[in-house]
Every structure is written in C-alpha cells, then in structure tokens.
Design a protein around this ligand. Structure first.
Ligand SMILES: C[S@@+](CC[C@H](N)C(=O)[O-])C[C@H]1O[C@@H](n2cnc3c(N)ncnc32)[C@H](O)[C@@H]1O
Length: 424
C-alpha cells in the first residue's frame, strides 16, 4: 500500500477507535473484516498506530493542538507505527516540520498528565497503592504486553514445546512464576504453529495461569469456573485435573462460552461442561449448592490491570461504572460461595488494579461469612513452589494475604486473588 493511503487508513482507524462506542479490539477486527485485502504488515501498522494513540492520548492531544489538518490525521502521524522515512514520505512539508517540532519537545517540559497518560480519577488510587513506583507503573502500562503461552501439560512438556517453537523460529523462555508458561518474543502468527493446532499451547498471560494454579484442583473433584467466559482458565483447570472429575464452566454469556468450544476441542479435555446461566442465582447453581470442591470466581471487572493490551479501557471506564461492578462482584461472590462443600476452596480473582474491586470485596466477604476462613495466598504459593511467592502478594494480617500482580514488578497483567476455605 502507498504510504499516503496507509496513513489515511490509520487516521480513519484512529477516528473509529476514539469514538469509544465498542472495545478497541472489536473496532480493529471489524475494520480488518471490512478491508480484507490488507496484508499482515499493513494490519500490524494500523493496529499498533491506533493502540499507540490510545496509550498516549493525552500527550498526543496536547501536541496536536498545534499543526494543521484533521485531528485524527495529526494523532495518527504522532502514533504512526513504522519507519520515520516511510511516514515522512506520506507527509506535506508543513506536516514534516510540525512533526520535527513535536519530536524536539523535551520530556521535562511536559505536564504530568502528558507523561502518565492516565485519567485523573485513576491517578490517585494508583499513587496511593504503589507510591514511588507510580512512574514505573505508568510506563509499563503504556507498553505493549509480551506474549505468554500456557503449555497444556496434559499432552506436552514445557521444555519440548520450547524446543519445537525455537525450531519454528519462535524463541521463547520459561516464565518465572507459572510452571506452565512460556514467554515469546514479538507477535508471531501462532495459529500456524503445529503446537497450537494440536492443543499443546494456548495464549494466556502468566498471571492468569497463577489464578488456575491457586485453585489447586485435583483429580476426580467437582469444580466450578463461575465466570468462565471463553475459558482461558477453564482449560488450565481442566488440565490440572488431568481431564478427570467434573468441571462446570458457567457464564451469563452464551456467546463467550461458544468461543470456548474450539479451544476445548484442541485441548483434548473431556471433563469440561460449559453451561450458560441466566444470572448468579440461576436454578442450576442452586441445585449444586454444597456439592462442589473448588470454585473460581474470575469476576467481571474494570480490566484496568490489562491496560497494556486494552489501553482503551482507561478512557471507557469511569468511577460510576466501577461502583456498579463492585455491586455485581459482591453478588456473584456471595452466590458462588454457596456452591462449596465443607473443606472446599473458593478463589475470587480480578484483572483490576483498583482496591475497591479487590481487597474491598475480599474483606467485606470475610467479614460477612464466618463460615469461610481466609487463606494466606503467599503461603499457598510457597507450598506450590512458586518462585519468590511472597513478592507476588500483599495485604492481610501477614502482608502476603492476597495475590497482587503488577505489570511494572512482575511483568504480568495486573491481577488480584483472595482464597478461602469453607469450614468443615
Ligand atoms: C473476567 S471475565 C472471565 C474470563 C475467563 N475466566 C477467562 O479466563 O478467559 C468475566 C466473565 O464474567 C461473566 N459474567 C458477568 N456476569 C456474570 C454473572 N452474573 N454470572 C456469571 N458470569 C458472569 C462475563 O460474561 C465474563 O465472561
């Protein structure tokens, strides 16, 4: 594609994503479906440009106050993902001069919002939690995430898959905390790799893998993944159960559960039972009350721990939306807890970095449920032989009560988990 046409296309995609009517990944997929002739490199340029604009929106909007031409075009020029020479061949002389002026602005001249690129309402809660780590956190949230894979240890070994990927020209290293994880350089086309086609690997952030590990499901047990979605954690749990017992994958979205089906087929698991429920108090849930060994509640949340992958969320979420989520999280955890038999384990998890969706929910649950004992997550991870377990946790009486993963410290998405045992 000619540089001018590619820049025009980038400006159009930037315009569409900045409408914030739909998640950015859905807008990008839709754009690609509507423009089937785009090649892989053009797609990469378009997607990365739109995502860079979302990541650095406040800075770019400030810089775009000067310059001329449509605003989306100025933003696309600032965020353009590709060689500078290539970009400049698409620009007028005026635009080239303006871009040189923008490039020359020293970071020390920028106001704080133009450096952290976060909405005001998010800055205080993050500063309160990470203190001096705030700028490292803001920087890491503005970077693209690495690609993590989970090796399906039902049918493959991590070391063998690592060798197989290396042979296919995809270097990968074992992840430091999850026993199943491989971290891959760049963004290879995984669907074409045999290990993926035969279900030996799935794409999954290392933090998500740790949530499944924390549930510690055993052979032959009855387990519920309450908010299973497209089943990322379901697959990890089912493999840890060695495809035995019964694993219910519940979700209110039949559409999301549909996306689990091809993944299940690849995985070789035969113990998973997906079922759409109407809401958290569904009859199906009532029938299983008191019968389940382990329940994972991977709750619907703000997703603010995934800003590296979903930078639009910081502009689409709001304090009001968070309040609604907190009410929903409380209700789901309450209902899901009824499923457990005495001695059973409950794990509540989010991919949020806000205390009200995390410690706030966990502490309120503990206070209202004297029949559940809060477990120390640091101690559990230690037993599970997770490297540097205490460093992954914070809070509670011991200071390691909850799992608290941060992108700038652990190179995973931001995750939270709390664990309880139902008293016998
Ligand atoms: C964080 S996502 C789950 C991601 C999934 N566990 C995975 O690993 O891929 C939260 C899920 O909760 C589901 N959900 C929302 N409200 C629910 C409810 N009342 N009961 C059960 N699931 C619900 C959403 O449809 C969404 O799929």
């Amino acid at each position: 594609m000619h540089p001018k046409a590619l820049l025009d296309a980038c400006a159009e995609l930037v315009r569409l994503t900045l409408q914030f009517e739909h998640p950015a990944d859905a807008v990008v997929s839709r754009y690609f479906r509507d423009h089937r002739s785009l090649g892989p490199r053009e797609r990469a340029t378009l997607a990365e440009t739109a995502y860079t604009v979302l990541r650095k929106k406040l800075l770019f909007e400030q810089l775009a106050r000067s310059g001329s031409g449509p605003r989306e075009r100025r933003l696309a020029i600032l965020g353009f993902h590709g060689p500078r020479d290539f970009l400049k061949s698409a620009l007028s002389d005026t635009e080239k001069n303006w871009l040189d002026q923008c490039d020359a602005v020293p970071p020390s001249d920028l106001l704080e919002p133009h450096r952290h690129n976060l909405p005001d309402w998010l800055v205080q809660p993050l500063r309160r939690q990470v203190g001096e780590g705030f700028w490292a956190l803001a920087d890491s949230l503005a970077q693209p995430a690495p690609l993590d894979l989970r090796v399906n240890d039902l049918n493959a070994r991590r070391a063998d898959v690592q060798k197989e990927l290396a042979k296919a020209g995809i270097p990968a290293v074992p992840t430091p905390y999850s026993p199943w994880g491989l971290r891959v350089d760049g963004k290879p086309a995984l669907t074409k790799v045999d290990a993926f086609a035969r279900g030996a690997v799935e794409v999954q952030d290392e933090g998500s893998q740790l949530l499944a590990l924390l549930l510690q499901p055993r052979r032959g047990e009855m387990v519920v993944d309450f908010c299973a979605g497209a089943g990322g954690k379901t697959l990890a749990i089912g493999a840890a159960m060695r495809s035995t017992g019964r694993l219910y994958a519940f979700d209110v979205s039949a559409h999301r559960l549909d996306a689990l089906k091809p993944r299940l087929a690849r995985s070789g698991l035969s113990n998973v039972h997906p079922a759409a429920i109407a809401h958290e108090r569904d009859e199906r849930i009532k029938r299983l009350a008191g019968k389940i060994d382990r329940v994972l509640v991977d709750a619907p949340c703000s997703g603010l721990g995934t800003l590296r992958r979903n930078p639009d969320l910081k502009w689409r979420q709001s304090p009001h939306a968070i309040q609604e989520l907190v009410a929903k999280q409380t209700a789901i955890l309450q209902s899901a807890s009824r499923l457990l038999k005495p001695g059973g384990r409950l794990v509540y998890a989010t991919c949020s970095i806000l205390p009200e969706e995390n410690e706030g929910i966990a502490e309120a649950f503990s206070a209202a449920h004297s029949d559940f004992v809060a477990e120390d997550v640091g101690a559990l991870l230690e037993q599970l032989k997770v490297e540097g377990a205490a460093g992954l946790c914070s809070g509670g009486a011991s200071g390691t009560g909850y799992l608290r993963l941060w992108p700038h410290l652990h190179h995973t998405d931001g995750f939270f988990a709390a664990v309880w045992t139902r008293k016998g």
